[in-house]
Design a binder for this molecule. Structure first.
Ligand code: NAD
Ligand code: MG
Length: 387
């Protein structure tokens, strides 16, 4: 029996993790957390009977306490509750599927308690990789990637740890706007941007795929997870999303992982690593797939991707500025307050304007996040007033 604590259980990754739990009776859920979706949380709590649940707000926690009164499940709220869920004595592994930098503190707390981490939350390594990776080494915990690309790379490296990696080939679908020119992106709508060709995911990451900022964040994550210099990471556009990523070794050999676009596989692999398990649903068939194609990314039209390389090269708190600016810009785009092309524009401006710091502590990172939000608010407030 493996006990698991799921942070962000009501989201896209969280619910898919629970469907993996449904199919594997030797997985036991000990804690569930979410932001605001307390009706789904109540259903999940009744079904999986964790010891603890946590929601963002104290008012929601009060309502949930009443609703779950007959179950004996402890209901908590806020960062304190998240950390309690992440550090539970009973948990063998913590799956972090929260969206945003709020995932950093609970992940650090879990590592300090010696818990293995199944990591979906991108922001953790993007902004705090320089703190998380040494900490994980110190406490001898494994960071198991729950992202199709990083899981693929991780799978390709099995049995190859001693061999020199020449390149990591990080695949990208190119999103709904692949092949479009910058001018053509001027008038795309929210609905167009939410229409991902291959993957069904949360809204934020779907927009990130349309701008290719998601790939930028994945480049930064890959660098920490696999300890490779940026120059060895090559983004490769592959519209079919069948090759989930590959590794090229010094003899030129490329080893890749192929599969259908289904996040349950990386989740399953992380939870049972190094073992594989049966996964329900159709298995990929090469005859049906027919052909796979590869293209160079368009760094000019999708310059949010180029900015990620720039931010990673600069280091310090620049990836945090990049990430926080994007997070806020995407939220504004989702609210219909800015256009699609203003997302990379705001990231770029923030990278110039927000205070830089070379070797940020956790506090510096969180402060940078706030500074970036304030900067974006000031820019957008001016803009709204000017109309
Ligand atoms: P989502 O928006 O569908 O779900 C996010 C979860 O976090 C929800 O349970 C939500 O209630 C919770 N949450 C949000 N804000 C919170 C807050 N302030 N406090 C506490 N909980 C909060 O997101 P998702 O698509 O499942 O993505 C989760 C993470 O995994 C992201 O970092 C994303 O980049 C990464 N990821 C997702 C996919 C995917 O296929 N969806 C693939 C790879 C990586
Ligand atoms: Mg991915």
């Amino acid at each position: 029996m493996k006990s698991i604590s799921i942070l962000g259980s009501t989201g896209s990754i969280g619910t898919q993790t629970l469907s993996v739990v449904d199919e594997n009776t030797d997985l036991k859920v000990v804690a569930l957390t979410c932001g605001k979706n307390i009706s789904l949380m109540e259903k999940q709590a009744r079904k999986y009977k964790p010891k603890l649940v946590c929601v963002s707000g104290e008012e929601d926690a009060n309502s949930l306490r009443v609703a779950l009164k007959d179950t004996g499940i402890k209901v908590t709220s806020g960062m304190e509750g998240l950390i309690e869920a992440a550090t539970m004595e009973e948990a063998d592994i913590v799956l972090t599927a929260i969206v945003g930098m709020i995932g950093i503190r609970p992940t650090i707390a879990a590592i300090e308690k010696g818990k293995d981490i199944a990591l979906a939350n991108k922001e953790t390594l993007v902004t705090a990789g320089h703190l998380i990776i040494p900490l994980a080494k110190k406490h001898q915990v494994s960071i198991l990637p729950v992202d199709s690309e990083h899981s693929a790379i991780f799978q390709c490296l099995q049995g190859n740890r001693e061999n020199t990696v020449d390149k990591i080939l990080l695949t990208a679908s190119g999103g709904p706007f692949r092949g479009k020119s910058y001018e053509e992106l001027e008038h795309v709508t929210l609905e167009d941007a939410l229409h991902h060709p291959n993957w069904s995911m949360g809204k934020k990451i779907t927009i990130d795929s349309a701008t290719m900022v998601n790939k930028g964040l994945e480049v930064m994550e890959a660098r920490w997870l696999f300890d490779v210099p940026l120059s060895k990471i090559q983004v490769t556009v592959h519209p079919q999303s069948i090759l989930h990523s590959a590794v090229q070794f010094e003899d030129g050999a490329i080893i890749g992982q192929l599969g259908t676009p289904d996040m349950r596989l990386p989740i399953l692999y992380a939870l049972f690593y190094p073992h594989r398990r049966e996964l329900s649903g159709e298995k990929p068939d090469l005859f049906d797939i027919g052909s796979l194609t590869f293209e160079k990314p368009d760094f000019e039209t999708f310059y949010g991707l180029q900015l990620a390389f720039d931010a990673a090269n600069t280091g310090g708190n620049m990836p945090t500025i990049y990430n926080a600016a994007n997070e806020r810009a995407v939220a504004l785009f989702l609210q219909g307050r800015i256009s699609f092309l203003e997302i990379p524009e705001l990231i770029s401006k923030s990278m110039v304007e927000v205070d830089f710091c070379d070797d940020p502590t956790l506090e510096d990172i969180l402060e940078t996040e706030q500074n970036t939000y304030e900067f974006i608010n000031s820019v957008c407030f001016r803009k709204i007033k000017a109309y």
